[in-house]
Design a protein around this ligand. Structure first.
Ligand SMILES: Nc1ncnc2c1ncn2[C@@H]1O[C@H](COP(=O)(O)OP(=O)(O)O)[C@@H](O)[C@H]1O
Ligand SMILES: [Mg+2]
Length: 370
């Protein structure tokens, strides 16, 4: 079968490059009903990796129940509760025969109704605020019941979305504690926020589980992966040029694959050079102009100046430094203010040396050009 470059999607095992050690570790933690926190910047492969592991485990034991909950952009504990209910219901429907799914959901609704005064109708859209934690706790009780007969994997994605919400953290922590017969994976793409949630002694999730960071995939693993997919257009790539390609894409698999797809679509029958890679990046940036323009709409002029300066420098040690002042025309105090406001902005991150950079390499080039 011909392999293609995939990006912006959750991958299956056949498209996952390496991650063997991470797979092994995740699977073994889940099997012993442990807890693990999987983190990396966005687009490194967290969601794909946990999805692949859960499929492997389901193959080994078809009774396994996989509950995936995405907390992306939740703004209240009510949202958190609704997410858990919605994902739970759809997971039941997907993974159990209809009758069993219905009866499990029926159990849960029955449990909740016991707590509701006479006439209140059960509706997810209008859970009274005073009942949010009851709805969540009952769901966890139902999961607890299920865990007596079925192995359970629970993954919570974008967990840092509740970093500023101690109430949600406290209730979830309590709920997780009761669910001791399940493997739990928490994922997050904002290291700073996650770090605070897990390392602040007064925070509910202090010291929760073990850590696993997704770091860049080595060239030894990526080169054959590229070669397999470039062969479709009869393209060759040397190790040196492949290293350059990965480096230009900040070593983030999503963008490496996006550039790979572009090259396969636009070129054929040649050996790729540094120049080909650079040209392809700029051509791709050109077609993405509209998208990036709208991605930047919500930011203030000074914030845009700040991004542009970071893009120009590539990596920034001090956001208030002399070169940043010159590039932005902003005072150190204004730069400090902007950089604090932008601390958790999804467009930028910090590398292992604590330097700021623009995560999306195409956006970085766009900011330099336009
Ligand atoms: N191990 C991998 N090998 C190849 N590509 C990968 C790998 N992991 C991630 N990717 C690429 O990154 C994209 C995003 O993956 P995803 O699992 O959504 O990352 P995250 O959850 O960290 O944001 C995928 O569509 C794919 O293009
Ligand atoms: Mg993800």
């Amino acid at each position: 079968m011909i392999k293609t470059f995939k990006y912006d999607v959750i991958l299956d095992e056949a498209d996952l490059c390496n991650r063997e050690a991470e797979k092994k570790r995740l699977i073994s933690v889940i099997k012993r009903n442990g807890r693990i926190v999987l983190y990396s910047i966005r687009r490194m492969g967290k969601t794909s990796l946990t999805s692949v592991c859960s499929k492997i485990l389901k193959k080994q034991n078809p009774d396994t129940f996989y509950l995936y909950v995405d907390l992306n952009e939740v703004t209240s504990f009510g949202d958190v509760t609704k997410r858990f209910w919605a994902y739970f219901e759809s997971a039941l429907k997907e993974q159990f025969p209809l009758q069993r799914a219905k009866s499990l959901m029926g159990n849960l609704i029955g449990r909740v109704k016991v707590h509701l005064p006479g006439k209140i109708e059960l509706s997810l859209d209008e859970i009274p605020e005073s009942h949010h934690d009851m709805y969540l706790m009952e769901l966890f009780k139902e999961l607890g019941e299920l865990s007596k007969t079925n192995p359970i994997i629970m993954t919570v994605d974008e967990f840092q979305a509740i970093a500023h919400d101690r109430e949600s953290q406290a209730i979830l922590r309590q709920a997780f504690q009761k669910l001791n017969l399940a493997g739990i994976v928490l994922m997050g793409s904002n290291q700073r926020l996650l770090y605070h949630m897990l390392n602040d002694k007064s925070a509910p999730f202090f010291g929760f589980g073990e850590d696993l960071e997704l770091t860049p995939i080595s060239i030894e693993h990526y080169l054959p992966y590229l070669e397999d997919r470039f062969s479709k257009s009869n393209l060759l790539i040397s190790k040196e040029v492949a290293i350059f390609m990965l480096d230009q894409m900040n070593n983030i698999p999503n963008y490496i694959n996006e550039l790979g797809a572009w090259l396969v679509d636009t070129m054929s029958n040649t050996e790729l050079t540094y120049h080909h890679i650079e040209t392809a990046i700029y051509a791709a940036v050109h077609t993405k102009r509209g998208r990036y323009t709208s991605a930047l709409y919500g930011y203030r002029p000074n914030e845009k100046k700040f991004f542009k300066a970071i893009a120009k420098k590539g990596f920034v040690e001090s956001p208030t430094g002399k070169d940043m002042q010159e590039l932005t025309d902003l005072s150190p105090s204004e730069l400090l203010r902007v950089s604090r406001d932008m601390d958790d902005c999804p467009l930028i991150s910090r590398d292992s040396q604590n330097r700021l950079f623009i995560i999306d390499p195409f956006l970085q080039k766009f900011l330099m050009l336009f």
